[in-house]
Design a protein around this ligand. Structure first.
Ligand code: CS2
Length: 477
């Protein structure tokens, strides 16, 4: 029997926000907070969501009038909550003009982003714009028909400036340290390539608040969609499944109106940096460690991995010995308690977060998650055994074969280059030297640090000889 589709129950609000990247995390997080902010404090904060690539989410959401459900996954059961903040979904390559028109609307005050690390087209190690990136080169050559999010932002700001419309704030919600400053850097560099005066105007007039975002939201599967339909009697092709926990820390740096996100529980603070470092290193750092080492050891999900005693001990070792010493405590937080809570979140059996999913785009994630604490530990003369093992596991992973010799589906913008470097080197020490030469991933200071190279070579050698589970066991013994 065909079930009815989920539909909207309240009229569409006016659109106040344009968002790039309508994936699962946006729907469980930015859109859900915005929905609740409107419910609490009103305002015309409907969201025009823009996909830079596929039409899948548009095709799922439009027949539902933009409505969908966020299902909170607790070990005790599933709780769907309807979100109706999305007013429209555009697919940029189909009609870039419609995206620019939406962004130039005077009622739009915020442009937010969940475009993942690679969406910024920056060198992850240095933060510099990658001008030779084909999409960036295209946006520089054709600034009025952009294809990247930063390209759209520059084009829309130029149009608003020309029309005398106040600019919007740009709100990066990606897992990058200083994400506001990074977004600003890309936008200014692109604008300068087009028109130096425009760049100066953006620098003087546009705010780029930093944020820390946190909610574990695995990709939705067809099974999830079918299970929810059976439970509710309604088909929702845009549903998302997320943990109950969420935390949004936003820098108090707006001169435009914004939704009352604080009414929905967001923390508005003067300095996001300590929160961001805590989250990126404690959560995302151990996530990536569990992703590479766990995948190699045959663990399909984070929950499976931390259910294996040596992997839980690995997390505890990383936090206590190699990550917390590099952090300053953000106001109102307790770092050891934060890590205990993380372990409980990882153990949530209702969240099937695949190690393979987290392993994606490692070349974009390693610098802030594992290499930054590694550099701090080295500078302070402290140990890096756990971080080196995690980075070596990434090296093994990008080689493209698992411990049984089966191919790994490595998804990474640098996948081909990494596989070639790995295959072209003879032995683990040579592989380490080849891979640390990728300067967009490894900062010079680490690539030239003998102690780091030796630790990586030893860890990779162990991974190749005795495998990930044994190596983790030795580390935590
Ligand atoms: C994960 C994150 O896929 C990944 O790289 O580490 O998506 C993580 O689940 C979120 O940052 C949690 O807030």
């Amino acid at each position: 029997m065909r079930l009815p589709r989920l539909t909207r129950t309240i009229p569409r609000p006016g659109t106040g926000l344009v968002h790039f990247g309508p994936g699962a995390f946006f729907r469980s997080f930015v859109a859900a907070y915005t929905d609740q902010a409107m419910a609490a404090s009103g305002g015309e904060w409907g969201i025009c969501a823009v996909s830079l690539r596929s039409a899948g989410i548009r095709d799922a959401l439009v027949p539902q009038g933009g409505a969908y459900q966020v299902v909170e996954m607790t070990p005790g059961g599933e709780r769907p909550q309807r979100v109706e903040a999305i007013t429209d979904v555009l697919v940029a390559p189909e009609d870039p003009g419609a995206v620019l028109a939406a962004m130039t609307d005077p009622g739009v005050h915020v442009v937010s982003l969940t475009i993942t690390e690679k969406g910024y087209h920056l060198s992850p190690a240095s933060g510099a714009l990658q001008r030779d990136d084909p999409e960036i080169a295209r946006d520089i050559a054709h600034p009025r028909a952009p294809c990247t999010a930063p390209g759209f932002i520059v084009a829309a700001l130029a149009a608003r400036r020309a029309a005398g419309i106040a600019p919007f704030a740009v709100l990066s919600c990606d897992n990058l340290p200083g994400n506001g400053a990074l977004a600003r850097g890309v936008v200014l560099a692109l604008a300068r390539a087009r028109d130096a005066e425009l760049a100066d105007w953006i620098a003087a007039n546009v705010r780029f608040p930093a944020t820390m975002v946190d909610r574990i939201t695995p990709a939705t599967t067809e099974d999830d969609i079918a299970r929810l339909a059976r439970a509710t009697g309604v088909e929702d092709r845009a549903c998302v499944f997320a943990e109950p926990f969420r935390q949004w820390v936003i820098e108090d740096d707006f001169d435009t109106p914004r939704p009352d996100w604080a009414a929905a529980g967001a923390q508005i603070v003067g300095d996001v940096a300590p929160f961001e470092a805590m989250k990126l290193r404690c959560l995302n750092g151990t996530h990536s460690a569990l992703a590479y080492l766990g995948y190699l050891a045959g663990h399909e999900t984070v929950c499976d991995a931390v259910g294996d005693a040596p992997f839980e001990a690995l997390c505890r070792h990383l936090w206590t010995a190699e990550i917390l010493p590099t952090l300053e405590t953000p106001e109102g937080e307790d770092l050891p308690a934060y890590c205990d809570a993380l372990l409980a979140r990882y153990r949530n059996p209702a969240i099937r977060h695949r190690t393979w999913q987290i392993a994606m785009d490692g070349s974009q994630k390693l610098p802030q998650r594992l290499l930054a604490p590694m550099a701090d530990q080295r500078a302070a003369g402290r140990g890096i055994g756990g971080l080196a093992l995690a980075v070596a596991a990434w090296m093994r992973y990008v080689g493209g074969r698992d411990e049984a010799g089966r191919p790994i589906d490595v998804r990474d913008p640098l996948a081909d280059r990494l596989r070639a470097l790995s295959a072209g080197a003879d032995g683990p020490a040579a592989r380490v030297r080849a891979l640390v030469s990728v300067e967009t991933v490894f900062p010079r200071a680490l690539a030239e640090d003998r102690g780091v190279i030796d630790a990586l070579a030893q860890a990779l050698d162990g991974l190749e000889r005795i495998g990930a589970r044994q190596m983790v066991g030795r580390l935590v013994a």
